[in-house]
Design a protein around this ligand. Sequence first.
Ligand code: SDX
Length: 428
Amino acid sequence: MSTKKSMTLIDNRTNTQYEYPILDGTRGPSVVDLRSFFKDTGMFTFDPGYTSTASCQSEITFINGAKGELRYRGIPIEELAENHSYLEACFLLLNGRLPDKEELTDFDLELRHRAFIPESSRYLFTAFPDGAHPMATLSASVTALSSFYATHLNLESDEEFSEMANRILAKIPTLAAFAYRHYLGIPFIQPDIDLSFTENFLAMMRAYPGHKMKLGRDGHQNITPLEVEALDTIFTLHADHEQNASTTVVRGVASTGAHPYVAISSGIAALWGRAHGGANESVIAQLTMIGSVDNVDAFIARAKDPDDDFRLMGFGHRVYKNFDPRAKILKKLQDKLKEELDLDSNLMKIAARIEEIALSDEYFVSRNLYPNIDFYSGIILTALQIPKEMFTPIFVIGRTIGWIAQWTEFKKDPMSKIARPRQLYTGK
Ligand code: SDX
């Protein structure tokens, strides 16, 4: 057993040896440092979809796919979801530690005061038809937001960084709520600085013009603490997830030097796909289409049929080859909410039947296909009287902090370079 931390590659065509250093992280797989591979060999590595590629080093989030483990800045997601608010998770992801009481109060106040958006940017929504999908108007409105603020950021100024971060964090719920209200064709509700981050979002979604939402009374005219707690947990579970597809897009846009808010709107666009964040909306559409427990077996057969492109939405994951820990937390939350909220028992029965089959059927077991976060979030959001078109915008609200933290880390990493992969050319 050699003590050398390196890997030797032999090109058998010429019997040439190449040696590359192995770098260890603080957790998880080591990497082979291949940055000089093309210069040394004149060849590229080949890895469509980056199944074996580390695009960066990062201290923000860690996933152990085999164990179904997720940590933000080293803290297990279960601890954060059970004992901390979404705003505490945001502070943690951005600063590398949880806030003390005073810091949390200041952060909360900062976001409340920044929740308003420039008045003229609200007219952007009128360019879209009523009924326009909220993800389209949300992505467009975040791009528009970039035009209201300085393009150049002084990377050395922590103050400028936190102002850029707090501003978009505070405004995303407002823009998402405006996107929802435009989708319904009803008047916008301005943010209310008397309400917390999550209460405020629910109020901007639900309030009648001129009607001040109150906490505590039941029914969708107001907001119950249980609904706020459920949605706050959902935001925390969605906050960050290593180098997933949309975060890779955000880092790619960061690498060209474009405005941070267009990097976020690019992440929103990427998240919309049903293979990624759009899956939560597709799960509910799929469970509704299946309609009854009796039809589940036929759809499972379709999901297994290589000639049928039907896939079970909410199942499988590039990294988790075990239960998605976020799905486990949502499942517990679903059981907790069962008494209090009107959870759709038919959809829950269908979901339970799909899960029961998938966890025993050889096709799914051999491919390590487990329920992921999107499989359960839709049922809870539906019980919170949130329409499925708002599921991915809610994913955006939760994930914006992760994109901002990853964007900032990219900007401050001396190793960062413009994202420019190569190809295996097979053309004429
Ligand atoms: C999110 O990356 C992240 O971290 C994302 C996310 C985050 O927080 O940012 O966790 C959020 O996007 C969760 C995933 C939501 N997407 C879905 O639920 C859509 C359905 N899932 C699939 O599209 C798929 O599982 C992916 C996209 C999630 C993962 O795709 P991979 O890793 O590229 O795996 P693959 O497509 O190569 O599948 C491996 C095998 C294939 O079969 P074979 O070719 O080996 O015979 O598993 C099969 C696939 O056909 N398969 C499925 C399936 N998912 C994979 N078969 C049926 N139903 C499915 N859902």
